[in-house]
Design a protein around this ligand. Structure first.
Ligand code: 2RA
Length: 336
């Protein structure tokens, strides 16, 4: 059976990658509708050799769409997601608009695929990129050893901030390398050759929303509100690929060797862990442009008898967003 698919936000960094992955995985498409804001509509995008016009979302009739992949920001998802669902589409939404609603499943394809069957609103939420990669690695360890607490510091590439952030890092880097001044008006804090411990809005508790996503989404996806999560999210001058320094405390002791063995046979994971130069994953050498969640620097926590440290790296636009969304679409398609 082939499906009528719509990609909402088709001209964005994630939307563009969704199309590339749909083609790579030869998703069974009958018709493909590409949708964007009136500002971005009008152009054409080539898909499997065919030029397809980008249509204005605001005037598009969703009737007949089977599966709609959204990645156009929370306000667009809130306004148009329910309309597409009411017209009969299964909506797979990459924004945070519905992630924390009890009647919307939040699904990592390798972790809790069964959850997507229960979608009373016809909407499935795609987790945040930093949660996604962390749980592909931690879920097998949680099932086997029981994770009680997670400390995580993320080092998030600028592509998570969209196309404009990608362009800004390139612009600032070029300007600074040629000893020009950068214009603070465009971005409040310089990102080139800098680290910014601020992603998304500050919450009343002093954490940012990006950090709280790691708390809320981990508990929902693993189905365990007792898991303690202590997050710090940092923007770093890297184009593609998020990295995370994670320390877990487990109910039952897990040795580095046992963790390596379990992770090496876990879906979506590649272990890169040798005590030598290059014996660990990095955004540039491993993650950027690939699909796996890479895990290295696996070692005991020196400060806790049941603690374990891991270094987790993955392409935030692929597995962190577009790939998982397509994998969820494949699961929906498999339902027939
Ligand atoms: C970021 N995870 O990295 C957020 C949104 N993609 O900016």
């Amino acid at each position: 059976r082939r499906f009528h698919v719509a990609v909402v936000g088709a001209t964005g960094a994630v939307g563009e990658t969704m199309l590339a992955i749909l083609a790579e995985r030869n998703f069974p498409i009958a018709t493909l509708s590409l949708l964007a804001s009136s500002r971005s509509a009008g152009g054409e995008i080539e898909y499997q050799g065919e030029k397809i016009k980008v249509q204005d979302l605001s005037t598009f009739d969703p009737n007949g769409v089977d599966i709609a992949l959204f990645s156009a920001g929370g306000s667009v998802s809130k306004e148009f997601g329910p309309k597409f669902a009411a017209a009969g589409a299964v909506v797979i939404d990459n924004s945070s608009a519905f992630r924390y609603d009890d009647d919307v499943p939040l699904v990592v394809s390798e972790v809790n695929p069964e959850a997507l069957k229960n979608r009373p609103r016809g909407i499935i939420a795609n987790p945040n990129c930093s949660t996604m990669q962390m749980l592909v690695a931690l879920a097998p360890l949680h099932r086997q050893y029981g994770i009680e607490r997670i400390n995580v510091a993320t080092y998030q590439s600028v592509s998570g901030g969209g196309r404009s952030a990608l362009e800004e890092l390139g612009k600032q880097t070029g300007q600074l390398l040629s000893f020009q001044d950068i214009d603070p008006q465009r971005f409040p804090v310089q990102i080139a050759f800098n680290l910014i411990p601020h992603i998304d809005d500050f919450q009343d508790n002093g954490f940012t929303k990006e950090e709280m996503k790691l708390v809320w989404e981990t508990r929902k996806i693993l189905g365990d509100d007792s898991i303690l999560v202590n997050p710090t999210a940092v923007r770093v001058p890297v184009f593609y690929g998020h990295s995370e320094a994670v320390t877990i405390e487990t109910r039952d002791k897990v040795t580095p060797d046992a963790a390596r063995e379990l992770l090496a046979r876990s879906p979506g994971v590649e272990v890169v862990d040798k005590h030598e130069a290059g014996g660990y994953p990095t955004p540039v050498t491993h993650a950027s442009g690939t699909d796996a969640v890479y895990v290295g620097r696996i070692r005991e926590d020196l400060s806790h008898p049941r603690g374990l440290n891991l270094w987790i790296v993955s392409d935030n636009i692929r597995k962190g967003a577009a790939l998982n969304a397509v994998q969820l679409a494949e699961l929906v398609a498999a339902e027939g």
